[in-house]
Design a protein around this ligand. Structure first.
Ligand code: FAD
Length: 428
């Protein structure tokens, strides 16, 4: 493995730093993956990002590059032909991709989650020997599709009700039938709609009195009878995610498409909460990109713009300093959270996780806002990437299950209550 620098300094110009902080703290695999992501991002994804955003189309060419570089298998265990990256390594790589194209990083996250949840997360969970053997047989097939055939998975769980916030069972139902399940339901905001080969849906086993413990995680081939994509897609930001609505009408899903054994998803959600924090690395990348743009703009180094320097004005220097403070706060909490991920985290780690997710999502948008204000009117033109970053950054804290509101909701409650504690009477 070669320890490549993420980007090579060019004399007299600003050299964007590593998204993951000090190189000396990175493992050889982290350094290698960051170098690949950085090269693809600079040479391929960034030049395509404007058109993907303008046309709100899925970045198929970027996925061809990700496939060729083996990044679709970043979290597939090495025993199954993947990189076997751990949580920290994956989120650093995702952030580097987000720096160049937010929609590519965010959709890649939906795909990678399907391999991470079935991979090192599932390895940490309790299963009976039969469940474990069954899981091994199933995931082998899915990993072969990803690594051997370059197939892409998505992760639609939002339904427009309380389920995606973790407060109710999923409304999409899977009825057990001979050889598999019959699936009926609807998923909204399904990134990669029409683009993924398999939709990795969360649903509920159709039985009397079903609860969240009866959640099922199934891979649904997009070509199966009864699967359709509806609605249009013309949003504010993250336009390349093409997050349209999926309808499932009496779709027969073979048993082998069950991605984790029945009942185990609920255990994962409870014991591996970092599984829901993989959306924020994209926004860490956008925050870094907005800062990088600002420095380059004020130094007169943005490609395609006149070499006019604006860095000598004290107000600009103060604004950049404020952005840097916020960026470093964000990076510090991002890295701390990345390295703290584990099964059964302590209460302090869990609270830190909510705080990190909230901070990254909110600060990304704040850093983009400061960037636009600091660079001024010309930087808002559609020919430059900053206005896209500004719009994309607004989407982060809207994403379930951990919107900014729900992070605050969880933090407030869990800071003040220990498990099982209740008040004798409400104080008005
Ligand atoms: C670009 C983009 C891509 C997306 N891709 C995907 C995807 O691939 N897969 C997927 O599953 N989803 C995806 N989503 C959907 C996303 O996770 C949310 O489900 C969606 O944005 C919620 O929309 P809503 O405002 O209708 O939610 P609502 O359910 O109306 O919630 C509105 C807000 O109310 C709060 N809230 C909701 N429920 C509760 C509750 N029970 N208690 C307290 N507060 C609550 C939350 O803060 C929430 O933001 C994507 C969203 C975006 C913007």
């Amino acid at each position: 493995m070669s320890a490549l620098p993420v980007s090579s300094p060019s004399a007299g110009r600003y050299t964007p730093p590593s998204i993951a902080g000090d190189y000396s703290e990175l493992t050889p695999q982290q350094t290698e993956l960051l170098a690949i992501a950085s090269r693809l991002g600079r040479e391929k994804f960034a030049p395509r990002a404007q058109q993907i955003d303008r046309d709100a189309v899925f970045p198929f060419d970027n996925y061809a590059d990700l496939r060729e570089a083996g990044l679709l298998g970043i979290c597939v265990p090495q025993a199954h032909g993947g990189w076997g990256a751990d949580f920290a390594t994956y989120v650093m790589t995702a952030a580097e991709i987000g720096r160049h194209c937010g929609a590519t990083a965010l959709t890649l996250n939906m795909h990678v989650s399907s391999t991470m949840w079935t991979g090192f997360i599932a390895d940490d969970l309790d299963m009976t020997p039969e469940q474990r053997a069954n899981h091994e047989a199933h995931r082998k097939i899915h990993y072969q599709r990803v690594v051997g055939e370059g197939k892409v998975y998505s992760q639609p769980f939002s339904e427009g009700g309380a389920a995606a916030a973790g407060k109710a069972p999923f409304g999409t139902l899977a009825k057990k039938v001979e050889g598999g399940y019959l699936v009926n339901g609807k998923k909204i905001f399904a990134s990669l709609a029409g683009a993924a080969d398999y939709y990795g849906i969360l649903c509920t086993l159709d039985k009397p009195g079903a609860t969240q413990r009866d959640s099922l995680y199934l891979a649904v081939d997009k070509n199966l009878e009864g699967v359709s994509v509806t609605g249009d897609w013309d949003p504010l930001g993250m336009r390349g995610t093409v997050s349209r609505t999926l309808i499932f009408k009496d779709v027969f899903v073979p048993e082998i498409e069950r991605l984790i054994p029945e009942g185990v998803y609920a255990q994962a959600a409870l014991r591996w909460p970092h599984m829901f924090a993989t959306l924020s690395p994209t926004y860490m990348g956008i925050a870094q990109a907005a800062y990088d743009f600002t420095v380059q703009y004020l130094r007169g180094e943005v490609p395609g713009t006149p070499p006019v320097k604006r860095r000598m004005y004290p107000t600009k220097q103060i604004a950049v300093a404020e952005m840097k403070v916020r960026l470093e706060q964000t990076r510090a909490i991002f890295l701390q959270n990345a390295r703290a991920a584990r099964v059964d985290p302590s209460k302090e780690i869990r609270l830190g996780l909510y705080a990190a997710h909230y901070t990254i999502m909110e600060n990304a948008n704040e850093i983009c806002r400061l960037a636009v204000r600091t660079c001024g009117g010309q930087s808002m033109l559609k020919t430059l990437p900053l206005e896209r970053m500004y719009r994309d950054s607004r989407c982060g804290s809207l994403m379930l299950p951990w919107t900014a509101e729900l992070c605050i909701d969880r933090l407030g409650r869990e800071c003040l209550y220990e498990p099982g504690e209740q008040d004798e009477q409400a104080v008005l």
